[in-house]
Ligand binder design. Sequence first.
Ligand code: 8YV
Length: 331
Amino acid sequence: MSMKKPKIGIARGVFPEVLAKLEAHFDVVSNQSDSVLTKAQIIAMLKDCDGAFTTGGDRIDAEVFVACPRLKIVANMAVGYNNFDIPAFNAAHVQATNTPDVLTETTADFGFALMMATARRITESEHFLRAGKWNKWGFDMFAGSDIHGATLGILGMGRIGQGIARRGSHGFGMKVIYHNRSKLDSATEESCRASYVTKEKLLKTADHLVLVLPYSPENHHTIGAAELAQMKPTATLVNIARGGIVDDAALALALKNKTISAAGIDVFEGEPSVHPDLLTVPNVVLTPHIASSSVPTRMAMANLAADNLIDFFAGREVRTPINNLPQRAGT
Ligand code: 8YV
C-alpha cells in the first residue's frame, strides 16, 4: 500500500486550526487568499485532487467531475447544498457531505434576532441616530410591531424552523403556525407548540413570517408579488433560507408600497450582489449571509467538513452524508 497522502483542495479560506488538522492528514492545496474562485479555477485546483472542501458558493457538478476524475468526496461547509448537483455526484460515484445539526441553534438565534430587529426597526433607527438626526424624543418614533403574543409563521419546518418555533412559543408567548412539505408528527408539533396550516393561511395570518426552507428549482420565487399581496400590511418577512426563494425585486416594491411593513434579509438572489432597490428602501434590515456565523458554530462546521474528509479516507463512514454511496476510499 502506498504511503502517499490523499490530496485535497480547499476552495475558500478556513480557520488555521482546521487547515493544520487537514494538513496532518492530506496533501493540501488551498485558496487561503479567500478570493472567490471561478469554476475554471476550481477545476484547475481540483484537477488531481482526491477530495475537496467547499462552501455554499462553489458550484460542483458534472463538468467538475469530468475534469477532475480522481475526486471521490466533496465536503460542503454548509447545511444547504444547492451548490451541488447531486444526480451528477451519484453518476460519478462521488460522496457528498454537508454540515447539519452543528449550526441549528445558532441559525435559529439569528433568525429570531433578525425578526426582532425588523419588527422593532433597530437598524433603521440606528442609521437615524448615527446620521445626527436625533434631536428630540417622539411619541411614535420608530414605533414598530410587537413580537410577544404575535403570530409567528414559519415556512420550512426542519431543524432550524423548529428551533425558531421553540424560541417564539416558549420564550415569547407567540402563537406559532407553520407550513412544510409534510406535517410534523404530533410529538414534534407539541414540543414546538406549533400548528400546521396551508401556505395560504400562513401568508394571511402571520404577523411575522420566517422562511427557512431549502432552495430547489421548485422553490424559486416561492414568495413573489402574489404571495406578498396576501400578507397583512402590518406583517414582517424574514429570509434566512436562500436567495431565490424570494423575488427580491417584488419584495423591494412591496416594501416601498408598504404592502408589508418590513423585512429582514440575510440571503439574496445573485449574492453578494444585492438588488439595488433593496438598498434604497428604509424598512428592510440587510445582513450579508451570516446566520450561522458565531465563532463556535463556524468552527464546528469547518471541523465537521474536515472530519468527513478524514473519516472518508480512513475508510470509515462519513458523519453527515448527503448521498448514499458504497465507500470507495483507497480504490
Ligand atoms: C453558510 C449556509 O455560511 O449552511 C448553510 O447552508 O447557508 C451558511 O451556513 C454558507 O452556505 C457558506 O458555506
